[in-house]
Design a protein around this ligand. Structure first.
Ligand code: TXA
Ligand code: MG
Length: 542
């Protein structure tokens, strides 16, 4: 199907109205987000909206009118209660949908199984002109593919629905940027089912008591019914993974600095930008929730266009005023995952150690699959040699011969010097271990902030480095000498003499087993090791 691209000129509005009269689908601008409109009184036509969007058919649609008289004229409601009238007087035309007892003219395709209907009189002139020209109310959900962020420009609509619908009317950027507030007057007190441009505070000023549905700010428990069916679906999500970060300015900026900078997009405040080195998409000034709302969906879409980055870290708004609507959209985009940088967040640190070749790495992989965060001490040690302070102390101890021309540490030369005798090795460790522990602690905090409550510290020299004192619990992995020998030979591509030398340089199994809270004996196959890993984890967490 070829999609017509129209403007809000009188002529184009008439063209669009003709399309609607013939049972077509037209994307129209509104002040909240773009809507995908069809004749609300024709059930058959309405059902094509669901197909075009890929939307679950039990998620009811809002009926858009061009004047308050339309409610009676088209028999849209059985009753328009006093409180609904008050709301209409105060907030229409505008970003408020009022749910009332459904009238007989509204087909079941609009409301699903519900006995109520949502009605909205939009403020955007283009939308009202279109409804008037069509001569009937328009059912219109947001004009995006189901699940993705709502469209706030005609280009967003085209990206999702071009060639799937008859026409798109370009009426400029949506002013509010978030969908309308949905309130039901079928309950007493009236209840907000979806927060939006009209805030809870606004509503309470007019109605007095107003409740907020549980589903607005929290995840529904399995089997729990949403008063507004739309609230139960995954929503507003770009392709990238979204995390909501609850933190103060400094914590947020420091946290982002610990991540791989190219791979990360910060959906942040304007004030954060000078402090960040990753990709940034500022939503607006910190206190300007209006601008943030206006830009949110557009920013979520833009984040997807940054190819090398696939994770979005958004600052978590508070839930006052328009913040409630922002939070409600963001928490859904994030699949209800909040990273709380409250450094008092508790976690259990489990040291994982054992002699070389015993299968520690494999155990770490199993535990990671089982939901633990894992920090690899060897990788942290590698990073420690890039620490400026550490490099300085090493050159003081082992001369500048250990440096490459560019000032980085030549690891091979350092190893030659540091492992030539015991004294040198002790000197090396006394310099690197404190740095390794500091960097490791940063990584524990970071994983904890990401929500991991059990963190594994995979460290071959856990006891020797003193890192065992940081750990709450310790798991040791051991295996018979000949098993370890054949593993090292396979894994490290060295001679048997070299492998034996490595093994004999290490402590006996008993050194590890004496000091651990749980022991894994790795002497059978992979499946056995996996079960043993889970058993040991269970044992230390008991
Ligand atoms: O701002 C808006 O409301 C936009 C523009 C186009 O007007 N429309 C919009 O529609 O956001 P949609 O379909 O994406 O969201 C409608 C929301 C859904 O969460 C739906 O479950 C809820 O309103 N809803 C509609 N009728 C309802 C009813 N009778 N009872 C409870 N919730 C209802
Ligand atoms: Mg929607």
């Amino acid at each position: 199907m070829k999609t017509l691209h129209l403007t809000t000129s009188k002529e184009d509005i008439n063209t669009a109205a003709q399309i609607l009269k013939k049972g077509g689908l037209v994307a129209m601008p509104t002040e909240t987000v773009y809507g995908l409109a069809a004749n609300a009184l024709d059930g058959k036509v309405v059902s094509t909206i669901f197909t075009a969007k890929g939307r679950p058919s039990d998620n009811p649609l809002i009926v858009h009118i061009s004047a308050i008289e339309d409610i009676e004229k088209f028999a849209l409601v059985r009753e328009f209660p006093e409180k609904a009238k008050l709301l209409a007087e105060n907030f229409w035309p505008g970003p408020l949908t009022i749910i009332c007892p459904k009238g007989e003219a509204v087909p079941k395709e609009v409301t699903g199984t519900l006995d109520s209907v949502g009605i909205r009189l939009p403020a955007h002139k283009g939308a009202r002109d279109l409804i008037r020209a069509a001569g009937f109310p328009l059912a219109a959900p947001s004009a995006n593919l189901s699940g993705s962020p709502s469209p706030t420009t005609a280009q967003h609509v085209a990206a999702d629905l071009d060639s799937k619908i008859d026409a798109i009317i370009d009426g400029g950027e949506s002013d509010v940027g978030l969908e309308s507030t949905v309130i039901t007057v079928c309950t007493n007190p009236p209840m907000v089912l979806r927060p939006g441009g009209i805030t809870l505070e606004d509503l309470r000023e007019v109605l007095g008591e107003v409740a907020v549905s549980d589903a607005v700010l929290e995840k529904l428990r399995d089997g729990e019914e949403a008063a507004s069916p739309g609230m139960k679906y995954k929503h507003y999500s770009p392709k990238s993974k979204v995390y909501l970060v609850k933190a103060d300015d400094k914590e947020y900026r420091n946290f982002l600095a610990t991540l791989p900078q190219n791979e990360v997009v910060a959906l942040c405040y304007t004030e954060d930008v000078p402090f960040l080195n990753c990709h940034t998409l500022p939503l607006g000034d910190k206190d300007d929730y209006g601008t943030q709302a206006h830009n949110l969906f557009s920013a979520l879409r833009s984040a997807d266009e940054i190819d090398e980055a696939d994770t979005i870290y958004v600052r978590c708004p508070d839930t006052k005023g328009l913040g409630m609507a922002l939070f409600n959209r963001l928490i859904r985009a994030a699949g209800f995952e909040i990273i709380s940088l409250d450094s008092s967040a508790p976690y259990t640190l489990i040291g994982l150690t054992g002699p070389t070749g015993a299968g520690k790495g494999q155990v770490a992989a199993f535990l990671k699959k089982a939901g633990c965060g894992v920090v690899d001490a060897d990788k942290v040690a590698h990073k420690a040699l890039e620490d400026v302070e550490c490099i300085k102390n090493l050159t003081d101890a082992f001369s500048s011969e250990i440096l490459n021309e560019d000032g980085t540490v030549n690891r091979r030369i350092l190893a030659q010097k540091a492992f030539k005798d015991e004294e040198s090795t002790i000197l090396l460790n006394s310099i690197t271990h404190p740095v390794i522990l500091r960097l490791a602690k940063d990584e524990f905090e970071c994983l904890s902030a990401q929500g991991f409550c059990n963190i594994i510290f995979d460290a071959p020299t856990l006891f020797e480095s003193g890192a065992d004192t940081l750990c709450d619990r310790i798991i040791a992995v051991i295996a018979p000498k000949d098993t370890r020998l054949s593993r090292i030979l396979k894994r490290d591509n060295i001679t048997e003499a070299e492998a034996l030398a490595r093994i004999s340089a290490q402590k006996d199994n008993s050194f590890y087993t004496d000091r651990a809270d749980a022991v894994i004996e790795n002497q059978k196959d992979f499946d056995h090791l996996r079960l043993e890993s889970l058993r040991a984890l269970g044992e230390v967490l008991k």
